[in-house]
Each structure stands twice: as structure tokens, then as C-alpha cells.
Write a protein that binds this ligand. Sequence first.
Ligand SMILES: [Zn+2]
Length: 303
Amino acid sequence: MDKAEDHTKEPRFDLGEPSEQKSLLIDEGFVDSFELTKFENLPFWLQDNQWIRTGYRVNFSFKLCATSLFHKHNELLCIWTHLLGFVTFFILMFLTWFYFLDNPDAGDVIVFTVFLLGAQCQMLFSTIFHTFNCHSPDALKWLARLDYTGISLMIVGSYFPPLYYGFGCHNVERIVYLVLVSLFGVAGVCVSMFPVFATPRFRVVRTVFFIIFGWFAVFPMPHMAFLFGFALMWPLMWRELIMGITYVLGAVVYSTRVPERWWPGKFDGCGSHVIWHMFSNAAALMQFYVCLYVYYNRQDYAC
Ligand SMILES: [Zn+2]
């Protein structure tokens, strides 16, 4: 069976062997004029979501990809939702250093900076992925890895302030949990590096992995409730719960591909992926609020 037969049997891109894949449209060189393509004319490696029918960029040069920040196509809102999220967290980092933290020591600055840099990495890497992924199969493969790496960094960073202040009086537990979540992050980056993990058939698996990773809090939270009592923990828990639910709702939209699945072609520019970006921005802002909450109430968990 030759490659072409393979492709018609399973019309999905396989990021494992990008160099063997050729565009059905363009056999050589890169496109230098801003022309968009319909799903049925896409090369194999870009056939990811059959319910998004139009507005695809294919084999764009890097220069043309960069200009797609200011042209209409089906990833324009994906790019801008995370680019604006990145700018927001970049500004929040300076506000945190010079305004939100009162007389911070090195520990305060480090844990908040880890969180805020994690959020910025996630949003910047995603912006880069959505801007340049149409360049070539290799670009798609490497940028997808970068995108997942950003999600891992974001999740790890999210745990730093709550664990640091929550176990303020329990140094051993604090170090154990911080090391554990960092190891989880390393595992997340490693999983992201396997090309097979980026294929559509692993969409559910990778979503579940990131949900478990994101819900790692189910371990330290009851531990803190045991140490401080449920009444003291509840204000922190319900805030974290709202953040977690926001994150899961976004992940459900991302993996089920609603609403374009129900109305193919009607949500080409603003489908499930844009909704997922907005949910992830909202969850990141909620987590920033939780971090500030635990910082301002750190005396409750102190010795
Ligand atoms: Zn995205």
C-alpha cells in the first residue's frame, strides 16, 4: 500500500514523519501571497478539524505567516486571544513586583515570578504556534511541542504561590510538593516531546493527562485541610475550584470541538479553539487572583 492510499484511509495528519508528507496543493517552495484554502483542498498534514471548512493558510513563508496577525483567516482570533493574554500577564508581572506585593522578600518575588512567567510562556508559545504552524509539517510538529511545553510550564507555575504560602509553616511538605509538581511538569514536557502525542487520535489522552496534571491540587488541598481545618481552607478551596472548573470547561470544548461540530462551516473563524483560549485566559486570571488571595492571607497558614 503506498502513502497516498494510507492518507485516504485515515485523513489525519501524523506529526511523526513530517518530512515524508507533501502538500497536495504545493509541491515545492512557500506561498508568498495571502490566499486562503478550503478544507477539502488541504494537504494531509493540515487536515485536523473537518468542521472548520474555510480560511486555511497553507505553506506560507515565515514572513507571510508573520503578517497573518493583520489578515483575516481561521486562526486570527486564536493568535490574538493569547497574544493579548501574554501582554496582560507581562504587565501584571510588573504590577505584582511593584504594587501588589508589600515589602516582598526574595521568596515572594520568586514564587510569583515563576507563576507569571509560566502564564506568559503558555500564551506566547501558543501565539507563536498559531501564527507559524501553517508554514510546513516540520514547523507544525515543533511548534505543537512548544505549545504543549507552555501548558506544562503554566500548570507548574500555578502551584508555586499556593504551595509556598499554604505550607508556610511546614517546610518539608512545602519542598516535597514543590519538587513533586516540578517533576510533573518535566513529565508533561517529555510527554509533549513525543510526536505521536500531538496527533488527533491522542487528543482525548493528552486532554486527560493535562486535566490530571492540572488537578494535582487534590493531593495537597486535603493535606492542608487536615493541618489547618476545613473552615480555614474552604475560602481558598472554592476559589481554586472555580479556577479548575473554568479550565475543565475549556478543555471539554477543546476536545469535543463544539460548536463547529454541530454547525460545520459556521464557526470557521471563532470555533472551539478560540473558546478554549478564552477559557484558559479566564482560568489564568482566576489563578492569579487565588495566588494574591493566599499571599494576603498568608498569616492564616503561618506558624
Ligand atoms: Zn491554541
